[in-house]
Design a protein around this ligand. Structure first.
Ligand code: AHN
Ligand code: ZN
Length: 323
């Protein structure tokens, strides 16, 4: 009896199978693509901007800074990454000793082919570009200059936790980028957290294929020209990323023009031999060359546009899942 039942079920299964096979030109129907894709959620990224800003300005040595650092490490752990932290006492150009904290999240830690994503999470201690001179000694909120890049990477972390990419991905939140000397062309005064990490990589001999730095990636009206050092050190990868952006319909953001040379975290990564690009909002209609509220008291969440976060986040996600 059991045997008969088994035979009937097997027969029915075979019939079902063969009927679909003999379905004429339907036979060419493809199975799902093997490479995963993902839909970057810009509302989620916007929430991550808000949550960082709710701590207050994340200036090294302050309570908002330490609380936000805990929050960032916690989020990355929540999204399934292997998280390590790197703490260091660093000396800024004005002689201040700061407790700096780099936060590193690894996805697929054993994969040899890796991409490094980075953004600075600290805030500038002075709004020294504010039109009101009485604000020059108050810290910036850094909704765009700081929180936006971190927010896009947190949303990417959330997506990577749900759908592992084929390659390894490392997310590095660097500290103490923005305590730099704006007056004198003292380039080494910037990106102290990155400089420390380059001298002390979280893994000996760490060699990703490429790096992508996100800086000021959330303001409305953003334009990402091809930044000078990115093209100098990593032209092929710049072309690749801008092509991916174009294919996703974001050419209005990833404009096909050559931008200026920006001293930023990626410069130190490139000097260490890792080709690294900087996706950074450059403007031709402001005195600073950056968004209008750069290093002012008005760099607050109201200037953040989810459409900009989407253009950047979707482009980077598409690059990661293209490997
Ligand atoms: C300079 O102004 C020399 N570099 C800009 C780096 C920076 C500051 N990125 C965000 N804030
Ligand atoms: Zn800044």
């Amino acid at each position: 009896m059991k045997y008969l039942l088994f035979t009937i079920i097997t027969f029915m299964a075979l019939m079902g199978c063969s009927s679909s096979k003999t379905n004429g030109n339907q036979e060419t129907t493809k199975v799902a693509a093997t490479k995963p894709t993902a839909d970057f959620n810009a509302d989620s990224a916007y929430r991550f901007v808000m949550e960082q800003c709710q701590f207050g300005p994340r200036v090294p040595g302050t309570k908002p800074h330490s609380s936000c650092g805990d929050y960032l490490a916690g989020k990355l752990r929540q999204y399934g990454a292997a998280v390590t932290e790197q703490r260091a006492m660093l000396t800024t150009f004005d002689g201040t000793e700061i407790n700096a904290r780099n936060i590193i999240a690894e996805y697929n830690p054993d994969a040899a082919r890796r991409i490094l994503l980075l953004a600075h999470w600290d805030c500038r201690p002075w709004a020294d570009n504010d039109p009101d001179p009485t604000k020059h000694r108050t810290p910036v909120m850094g909704a765009n200059d700081g929180a936006s890049g971190v927010a896009v990477l947190l949303e990417i972390a959330r997506q990577l936790g749900e759908k592992a990419p084929a390659i390894g991905v490392d997310i590095l939140f660097v500290d103490a980028e923005d305590w730099g000397d704006s007056g004198t062309g003292n380039d080494n005064s910037w990106a102290l957290g990155t400089q420390h990490w380059i001298a002390n990589p979280h893994k000996p001999g760490y060699r990703p294929m490429y790096g992508i730095l996100l800086d000021m990636v959330g303001a409305s009206g953003a334009t990402f020209a091809r930044e000078y050092f990115s093209t100098l050190y990593a032209q092929g990868f710049v072309n690749e990323v801008w092509k991916v952006a174009k294919e996703a319909g974001y050419s209005d953001y990833f404009v096909d023009s050559q931008g200026g040379a920006i001293t930023d975290d990626h410069v130190f990564v490139n000097r260490a031999g890792i080709p690294c690009i900087d996706i950074i909002d450059q403007r031709s209609d402001t005195d600073t060359g950056f968004f209008k509220q750069w290093h002012t008291a008005a760099d607050t969440p109201d200037i953040i546009d989810t459409a900009t976060l989407k253009a950047v986040g979707q482009t980077v996600l598409n690059v990661l899942y293209s490997y």
